[in-house]
Design a protein around this ligand. Sequence first.
Ligand SMILES: [Ca+2]
Length: 508
Amino acid sequence: MVRLAVLLLVFTSPVLCPAQQQVGSPVNLLLITVDDMSCDSVGAFGAQLEATTPNIDKLADESLCFDLAHVQVGNCYPSRNVMWSGRYPHNSGVEGFYQVKPIEYPVLCNVMQNAGYWVGIRGKVSHSTPYQPYHWDADLTETPDGGKEHMKDVDSYYRSTKRGIEAAQDAGKPFCINVNISDPHKPFWEPNDPHPVSHEFTKDEVPIPGFLFDDPRIREELVLYYNSVRRADDCVGAIMRALEESSLAEKTFVMFLSDHGMPLPFAKTQLYHHSTWTPLIVKWPGVTEAGKRDAEHMVSAVDFLPTLCDVIGVAKPEGLDGRSFAPLLKGKSQDGRHAVFKVYNENAGGHRHPMRGVQSEHYLYLFNPWSDGENKFKTATQGTVSYRRMQAVAKDDPNIAKRLELFDHRVVEEFYDVKNDPDCLANLIDDPKHQEFLADHLEMIETFMKESNDPALEVFLNRNDASAREAFMNRQTAESDERKAKRRKAKGKGGKNKGGKKGKTKAN
Ligand SMILES: [Ca+2]
């Protein structure tokens, strides 16, 4: 009832309430994401390769950087819906790549419009709200002549940002612009690419992530990834140029992050450290301190919406799972920021492999109820050169064979010392020396599941019972199959084009 009352207020209020500006706070919000970029690909977050991200590094120098920030989900659509709803997937309903309509909660677009903001988006439009088309004031991917900007065109990010800023000025409103850069999402940059990059790396110089292995073919794939990282950085430079030329930089709150880790095995569509660790950078002119780092507090994507409400000084929607970290932006301390919770349910194809995780500064616990020794993981990263090399090399190399077996089938529980083993190579779940720490993390994740009404709570409590896990998975798969059948039926009735070109969801 309370929720309904709030919704009525949010959705029906005819009078726009101007945001209550805090002292020193800016009017505008510029929220920039990159797609599928690992945190440690960014220079300011410890990249082992020089000059991957000069523009992001410049922004970091002017901003507050969070060293312990994570997203909740290792894939796009659900991850972005957590960011802009302030709710875990089991509470937003967006657990996979499907539309949820109607929704019973406001998201970023509603909150900002109701606060008197002009709200625009560029890129990832279909992945950033529960359904499409959503009532953004503008889709900045679209050009004035009715065309569409190319997602890999660096200069187009300048044009989109400029168009958004000018449209808000024409409307006489502050802006909230969400610019979503496509790189380094596949298709990667390639030699002679029509959308060039400002610097090309060579395969001899790229670092090999610890969760993969050094192999000539994997190096070839990694160099394409790193060139795409650099092109994403070029796009950040283009966006910031548009902001600076507008003369509104000093009145604009800028936030930067990646939606999850690199699109290679053991990163994207997983909940490992490198799957969710994100280069969160916040520049709040007059509030954040340039060049400062927060290496103490753990924040996560579910906290963004409440934080943005505090930044612009409006009341938060009821029932959010996240908690504002605005005090941290002001240089204050916050209790209860020693862990983040992670949730994965299914891939873009609707294949259901639920996982839950809790990560503290020191450890990561993962629960994989789908793992039964036979069920094989299905994900986009199995289409990569790196995965195929794992398969080929595993035939003669027992260590790679073990890694491949873990990737394909996992185990029900995993526990890693991420401080010393960020690549999550040594599962300590049965290690006697770590049982006390494990117990702490089990308690934390149980509390999280209870407090957030996670439907996986029951199977977690019965995690040692194979039949309980099987029953849970049967229910999960049946739900997913039902959704897929509905989608097929809708497409059969011409539902595919129901939302026009905006409504089309490309699976990634
Ligand atoms: Ca993504």
